[in-house]
Design a protein around this ligand. Sequence first.
Ligand code: DAH
Length: 346
Amino acid sequence: MSLKDDLNQIKENGLVKIESSKSVKELNDQIRVDLLGKKGLITQTLRGISNLPVEERPEMGSYANSIRDTLQVAIDNKAQELEEKELNEKLKSEKIDVTLPENKVIKGHPHVIQQIVDQIDDLFLGMGYEVLSGPEVEEDVYNFEMMNLPKDHPARDMQDTFYITDEILMRTQTSPMQARTLEKHDFSKGPLKMISPGLVYRRDTDDPTHSHQFHQVEGIVIDENITMADLKGTLEVMIEELFGDKFDVRLRPSYFPFTEPSVEVDITCFKCMGKGCSVCKGSGWIEVLGAGMVHPNVLKMAGVDANEYGGFAFGLGPDRFAMLKYGVTDIRDFYLNDLRFLSQFN
Ligand code: DAH
C-alpha cells in the first residue's frame, strides 16, 4: 500500500470514529489525540515521507496536510454538535417545575432589640463612627474607677452587679468602653468617634421595667472644640431615625459621675404627643437616655490632655427604646423567647 492509501485509510476510519463519538470528552481526549496528536496516526505516517523520492515529497506533504485539515474540521464540528446536545440535556434535566406546590420554609428574623441595635449601628457608621464591642466580664477599674466612680462612691449603689472577684464583675454599663477606647486612641490621627452596643448586668429588681441583663449602646465623641450643640444635634438625628420626625428632643440637667454637665434626654411622649397622659405622667415628655460632656477626670485617667480635648458621651437602652416604640410594658417579654410575642416584630 502506498503512503497515500495509508492516509486515505486514516481519514476514512477517522471520520467514522468522529461521527460515532458520544461525548466531547472522548472527542478531545482520545480521538483528537489519536489522530492529530504528536504521536498520532497522521504524524507517524508522515515519517514515511522521508523514504519517498525528493520530487514526490512536497505533493505528499500537502496531501497529508489537507487530510489533517479535513479531520480537524470534522472534529470541531462534531464537538460543537455534542456540546449543544450536552447543554440541552443538562437544561432539560435541571428544569424546575414552577407549578409544584411550594415547600414552605419558615423564615426567621432578627430579634426586635437586635433590629434597633442594627439601626443604630447603621446610622452611626454612616456618620463616620466606629462600632466596637467590649467585654461583658469587666474590670472594676474600667467599669467604675476610670468612669470617675471611686470605690466608695455612692452612685455605685444604683449599679450593684454580679461579682466574680473583688476586682472583676459583670459590667453594669457600656460606659467602660469610653475608658478603653480613650486609652488607646491616637488623637494625632483624628477625633475619637465610636459607639459600642452590648449587654450589661445589674442586680435584679422585681420590677417589670428592669431585668438583670439588658442592652445598652454607648457613644463618645472627643476632639478639639466639641460642644453641647454637637451632642443635641447628634441625638436629634438619632431620634428622628428611630422614631420619626414628629418628636422633639429636650435636654434636662442631671447627674452622672462621668459627665459634667450631665443631661437626661427626653423626647415628646409617643402616646399623647406632648399633651400629657398617664404614660408620661402628665409632663408630655419621656426620658430616653443619659448624656453629657465627658468629665475631665475621665479624660485624664485615660491619659488624654483634658485642656486640649473634650467632647460628649451618651448611653441609651435599646430595650427601653423598643418598649417606647412598640408600647411594651414588661421588659421581660423580650427575653422569654415566646414566638407569639417576638414574631410581631418581623
Ligand atoms: N452609663 C449610664 C447608665 O448606665 C448611661 C450614660 C449616661 C452613659 C450618661 C453616658 C452618659 O455615656 O454620658 O446609667
